[in-house]
Design a protein around this ligand. Structure first.
Ligand SMILES: [Zn+2]
Length: 322
């Protein structure tokens, strides 16, 4: 489905089959000489087909089209290798590009899950089905790196790059100060909450995310163009809701740990989730994402001095600081 948002700016819905996200919002900016596509969909036939139909309907020539990718997740980056043409640019951020380039990143990720209580018998299904791994781009991508504050012109608009770490460590939004558009990737979503996950002890993604929300809150935004679901007209109201969501989550995690020390997987199993009535019937992959989400809250509380983190043989547990 293609919707015209403004002059030379179109939203294209790319279906994401079997994903609770439902679809990805790709944005096309059409210019007299160059076009820009923002975010692409997963590297799978259903996404490629929808993308090809949209290219045809809007008469976009890939030979004259650059790409901008908000962050490294496969639903945004996955099709990049298929759409990229030699000599055209793929704009991307430095931290996510470095993560992609790292050897053994999946092995490290899965080892981290085990350390945090994800049952080893479920790991095979998780490694097989993880959408980030299954639908990641093929081939080597040469990125043109954009940093915070860099400008990007497309479709007659002039965008500012806005580093918004949290959902990933390098997540970039694009802000257009004249029209007050914010191309938000997965930083701000409606209906669903952007997931904030932790997969290594060097980071504190929830703290970064809350800072990034405050940063966007200070901007004048009339229209948020998110990476999934519907457009958002009241940016500040949505930011307030997202902040409240995490405040409640942090309180929930602290309350769970009143029962004594436990690992992140066990904490996740006791948190409230809205996708399915009970933890045992969750798809195994949702256990994985829930554990990552629990971890970002545990880590935040640890850094605040409310929890301590300890090793018990191979496992990591958290306990309340009295
Ligand atoms: Zn994402």
């Amino acid at each position: 489905m293609i919707t015209k948002i403004a002059d030379n700016l179109f939203q294209v819905k790319i279906p994401l089959p079997n994903s609770p996200l439902q679809s990805l919002n790709s944005y096309f900016l059409i210019g007299p000489e160059r076009n820009l596509i923002i975010d692409t969909g997963m590297n799978r036939p259903e996404c490629l087909q929808a993308m090809q139909q949209a290219l045809q309907s809007l008469g976009l020539d890939l030979e004259r089209t650059d790409l901008f990718i908000t962050h490294l997740h496969a639903d945004h980056l996955g099709l990049t290798g298929r759409l990229h043409r030699p000599g055209r640019r793929v704009y991307f951020n430095r931290p996510d590009a470095q993560r992609m380039a790292g050897d053994g990143r999946w092995e490290e990720l899965f080892a981290f899950g085990l350390q945090n209580g994800v049952p080893s018998e479920s790991l095979q299904a998780i490694t097989k089905d993880h959408p980030g791994k299954k639908y990641e781009p093929t081939g080597r991508l040469d990125f043109t790196i954009l940093d915070d504050g860099d400008q990007l012109a497309a479709g007659g608009y002039s965008f500012q790059c806005l580093a918004t770490p949290g959902h990933t460590s390098g997540h970039l939004c694009l802000y257009e100060p004249q029209r007050r558009f914010l191309i938000a990737g997965d930083h701000i979503l409606d209906d669903i909450t952007p997931n904030i996950q932790l997969w290594n002890w060097q980071e504190n993604p929830l703290a970064r995310y809350l800072e990034s929300l405050a940063r966007v809150e200070s901007l004048e935004v009339e229209l948020v163009l998110p990476g999934h679901r519907r457009l958002i007209h009241d940016c500040r109201q949505r930011i307030a809701q997202l902040r409240e969501h995490h405040r409640a989550r942090l309180a929930e995690v602290l309350a769970i740990l009143e029962d004594g020390e436990m690992d992140a997987f066990t904490v996740a199993s006791r948190m409230t989730w809205d996708i399915s009535p009970d933890w045992e019937s969750f798809p195994v992959l949702q256990w994985w994402f829930a554990t990552g989400e629990a971890l970002s809250h545990l880590r935040y509380l640890e850094q605040e001095g409310r929890l301590r983190r300890e090793k018990r043989q191979e496992k990591v547990v958290f306990a309340r600081v009295a």
